[in-house]
Ligand binder design. Sequence first.
Ligand code: KG4
Ligand code: ZN
Length: 336
Amino acid sequence: MLVLGIETSCDETAAAVLKGGKELLSNVIFDQIQIHNQYGGVVPEIAGRCHVERIHHVINQSLDEAGVTLKDIDLIAVTRGPGLVGALLVGLNTAKGIAYAAQKPLIGVNHLEGHLLAVFLQEDVPFPFLALGVSGGHTDLYRVDGFGEYKLLGRTRDDAAGECFDKVAKMMGLAYPGGPVIEKLARSGNSMAFKFPRAFLGKESLDFSFSGLKTAVRNLLEKRSKGEWPELSDADIAASFQEAVVDVLVKKVLLACEQNDLQRVVVTGGVASNGALRQAVKSVTEENGIQSFFPKPIYCTDNAAMIACAGYHRYTKCGQPKDNSLNLDARATLPL
Ligand code: KG4
Ligand code: ZN
């Protein structure tokens, strides 16, 4: 079975061809970083226009690289939410047009389900497992009991972890997206140089809050500009900030495993490409007899391979309608 995946929920225009749910034949990602960088973040209208300009080229390239034509495709899987509506509509309407013209079945995919299942591009993780989804828009803990069986255990009450990386980077005059830039800078800093606050929201809570941490970084930067803390370098601040985010994420992962009697963890979403987070989750879970799984970094940040993968599992295992779903709509806040 060949699935064409299409993803345009934010600032990546992406298409991929997946064979049999696992064998990735192509994975084309056109990111708009250079375009949005000058504004310090994603400008929704520009993202939508950019998708319109690139989408056909990206889809054609994914088919060419896979060595197939539209005729060979058995299913089209497209992100229908959550995300920027103007961006989602480009992928969704393109997918509908192709499905109608080529008479192919079409399935709408939840972007978060794409992130949660990205690891299945590499290996079959046995159910049940805990999934930590950490990206620019979400910081969620799910109990996953099977394909399509997701129970939300906790989520951020304000900023997402990735959003916090992006905002802190902006405050420090660094480029967008902030995550990879802060990670790189942090490598030459001391993560113990400054103790930023960690919000645990109560002993038993699986919710997150990152807005206080963001404010603490802003206050420290202000103080440093007035002459306090002269010994702290940008690298020290980046490393200490990253350490605070990682510390909270890791402790909540452990708590969620304990509370729900889970022995496996999947960490996924853009922030899951962070080496410090991967290392910390790996060592803490190992110490506690828990197995950890991480999609490759290229499957953590937004891509269409994970959408094709989630579409494949929904279509084959969850009894989704198998007709051309031309009535699908885009949803900015689609729940999982
Ligand atoms: O999953 P993703 O590509 O898009 C969303 O669905 O949001 O995640 C993007 C987010 C951005 O906030 C970006 O700064 C963050 O993931 N990110 C990272 C790293 N790479 C991307 N955060 C920390 N460390 C990284 N290496
Ligand atoms: Zn994403």
